[in-house]
Each structure stands twice: as structure tokens, then as C-alpha cells.
Design a protein around this ligand. Structure first.
Ligand code: PLP
Length: 351
């Protein structure tokens, strides 16, 4: 398929340096292709709103999914993507779960590279800034009645984003949710179904009202085992070992999570992927072996956790300071992403 490209007549002003809030500014162009018995009509065109029929199925039954990754500008002006193929593979896994036709990964990657090439002046260059990439798919068939849609739109939009930590890496307090659940075995927790995020809002609002930045989800059956954070996977350093919940159907297989595991193993750490009880974490804290807790995800890369609240009990981790391992892995990953550290894993793709 050839991608038709139409260049905008009116280029937008770039957001002011040092003031780029997450997801508020969008670039001049977007990618779009349609599905009707096959994906067709791929186009890069000026970023603009589009018409949608009030009966479009996505508006009623939520058949939609998304992905999230970033493009980084290096000091010598090159543009790097971090493991983009993995994002499109995960997009296809979400497609499968939601009865949405999969996309051709090589074609999606080609389309993304073309779009980024066109928009590369939008990639901010201040330290630790980047261009956030949001691919997504929505069901567009105009019909009521619950069934898989017969038509879809696949789109990619881009948004310049500032450093996640303008004041430097800082530790966050997290609320362990003991009432609502995010997913259960057999549901779609392992995907980036938009509905997963809609259903997480209630607990997120509750946590914010109590002064916590994020929710830590427990498993949906026993509310005993740790799953993940709102938009991050979670890691613990206990007695020198790196421990993270094993992937099962309720947990999103984070690309940052996998990268942390591979780097930690390369550094010689013992890494355990297994069931982790919340009680085990509180016990490790009590006996002094809980050294660090941190979340991993595209947005923050590494987010140290300074405090956990669970069923009326608060624990403070590492004095609410950044642990040495969290800092080291953050420096390593951002170093690879911004082309400052040699990428021995072959993760970066140059645009
Ligand atoms: N878990 C959830 C629920 C997420 O939304 C995300 C972000 O995409 C992650 C984990 C981290 O995934 P990744 O490292 O691929 O960004």
C-alpha cells in the first residue's frame, strides 16, 4: 500500500520551551487508514477533527484500543524510537482480544517512520523531553447491537512532551486498592483496551482524593497478589533481588518492564517473575529487607515509590528517596533512549 501524503497549509506554532504538559499539544499531521474487509487508504494528512456518526459502534460499546511510545532526539540531531515493533505487536494482541482486525506490523512501522520524519521538528530538544506517539483504533460501523464492528479507523497522532520529572526524579505515594479491581483472569488486562482505562477511573479518583498519585492494583480474585500500577508495571528490590509480578492475563506486558528485566539480568542481578503477595511486601518492610519499590512505563520510564498505603497501614520506602538501583536503571534506560549509551540490545530504531 502506498501512503498518500497531504501537507498542511497552516503550520501550527510549537509550544513554548519548558512548558509542555503531557498530551495537550498535537503536531501538524496525523496518519489514518480505514478498514472495510481489509485495511486500505493509508494517508498522512493535516491533523484535524473528523466526523463520526452518532451510531458509530465505538461510541456505544467501547470497541477501541491504543498504544503509547516515544521518539527521542539525540544530542547530534538523530531521531530514535525505542522498541517500536514491540508496541505494534502488542497492538495486535489487543486487536485479537477485542475482535479488531490486526494490522501489518511492518507497514504500521513504515507509516510511523514516515510520519515522524515529516514531524521531526516537533521533537523537543530540552533534556529528557520527547515526542509521544499515540497509535489507536476505533470501531466505526454505524450500527446498534453488540457485535464486532465491520469497519475501523487506525490512526497515529503525535504530541511533544516535557520531562516527566521537571525537578528531577522523585518518589511518589501509591494507594493499594482493596475494593475495586482492574482485571481478572480471562478478561483483557493484558491489552491496552481503552475500556480498561475507563474502568480504572473510579479508583484513581478515590486515590487522588486521599492524596495518592496512583493506584496499585491487586488481583481480581483474592485481592492478595500484586498486579500492576495504573499505567505502570511494578518492581520490588528485596534483599538484593529484583522481584516483579509474573505476567498473566490481568497484567499489561510492559515494554519498559521487559527492558528492566533484561538490563538487571545483564548486570548480574537475580530477577524473579512470580506471584507477589502484598503481605510479603509489608513483611519485607517490617524486617528491613524491602530496599526499593519502583514503577516502569513509557511515560516516566522509572517511577520510584516512596510510600504505600494498604488497608489503613502506610509504609515509607527508602525514606521516600530514590534508591540506587532505581536511579541506575533510569540512567541506563534514558541513556539508551537518547543515544548517549551504546544500545547493546538492539532496541533503538533510527528514523
Ligand atoms: N501497565 C499499564 C496498565 C499501562 O497502561 C502501561 C503503559 O503503557 C504500562 C503498564 C507500562 O507499559 P510500557 O512499559 O510498555 O509503557
Amino acid at each position: 500500500m502506498t501512503i498518500k501524503t497531504t501537507i498542511t497549509q497552516t503550520f501550527k506554532p510549537k509550544p513554548p520551551k519548558g512548558d509542555i504538559s503531557f498530551g495537550k499539544n498535537f503536531t501538524d499531521h496525523m496518519f489514518i487508514m480505514e478498514y472495510n474487509s481489509g485495511w486500505h487508504s493509508p494517508e498522512i494528512k493535516p491533523y484535524a477533527p473528523f466526523l463520526i456518526d452518532p451510531a458509530a459502534m465505538v461510541l456505544h460499546y467501547g470497541q477501541a484500543l491504543f498504544e503509547g511510545l516515544k521518539a527521542y532526539k539525540t544530542d547530534d540531531g538523530r531521531v530514535l524510537l525505542f522498541r517500536p515493533r514491540d508496541n505494534f505487536l502488542r497492538l495486535n494482541s489487543s486487536c485479537d482480544r477485542l475482535c479488531i482486525p490486526q494490522v501489518d506490523v511492518d507497514f504500521a512501522l513504515t507509516a510511523l517512520l514516515e510520519l515522524i520524519k515529516l514531524e521531526q521538528d516537533w521533537i523537543p530538544t530540552d533534556e529528557l523531553t520527547s515526542l509521544y506517539i499515540r497509535p489507536f483504533i476505533i470501531a466505526t460501523e454505524t450500527a446498534l447491537g453488540v457485535h464486532p464492528s465491520h469497519s475501523y479507523k487506525f490512526m497515529i497522532i503525535l504530541s511533544p512532551v516535557g520531562s516527566y520529572y521537571p525537578g528531577g526524579l522523585s518518589a511518589v505515594p501509591i494507594y493499594v486498592e482493596d475494593d475495586y479491581v482492574r482485571s481478572v483472569r480471562g478478561q483483557a488486562g493484558y491489552t491496552k483496551a481503552s475500556a480498561n482505562y475507563a474502568l480504572s477511573l473510579k479508583a484513581q479518583v478515590k486515590a487522588k482524593e486521599k492524596g495518592y498519585i496512583q493506584v496499585l492494583w491487586l488481583d481480581g480474585v483474592h485481592q492478595k497478589y500484586i498486579d500492576e500500577v495504573g499505567a505502570m508495571n511494578i518492581f520490588f528490590k528485596i534483599n538484593g533481588k529484583i522481584i516483579t509480578p509474573a505476567l498473566e492475563s490481568a497484567i499489561l506486558p510492559g515494554i519498559t518492564r521487559d527492558s528492566v528485566i533484561q538490563i538487571a539480568k545483564k548486570w548480574g542481578y537475580e530477577v524473579e517473575e512470580r506471584l507477589v503477595e502484598i503481605d510479603e511486601i509489608y513483611k519485607a518492610h517490617a524486617d528491613g529487607t524491602l530496599e526499593e519499590v519502583f514503577g516502569t512505563g513509557t511515560a516516566a520510564v522509572i517511577s520510584p515509590v516512596g510510600e504505600l498505603y494498604w488497608e489503613g497501614r502506610t509504609i515509607t520506602i527508602n525514606d521516600s528517596k530514590i534508591g540506587a538501583f532505581s536511579k541506575r536503571i533510569y540512567d541506563e534506560l534514558t541513556g539508551i533512549q537518547y543515544g548517549k549509551i551504546a544500545d547493546s540490545f538492539g532496541w533503538t530504531v533510527e528514523v
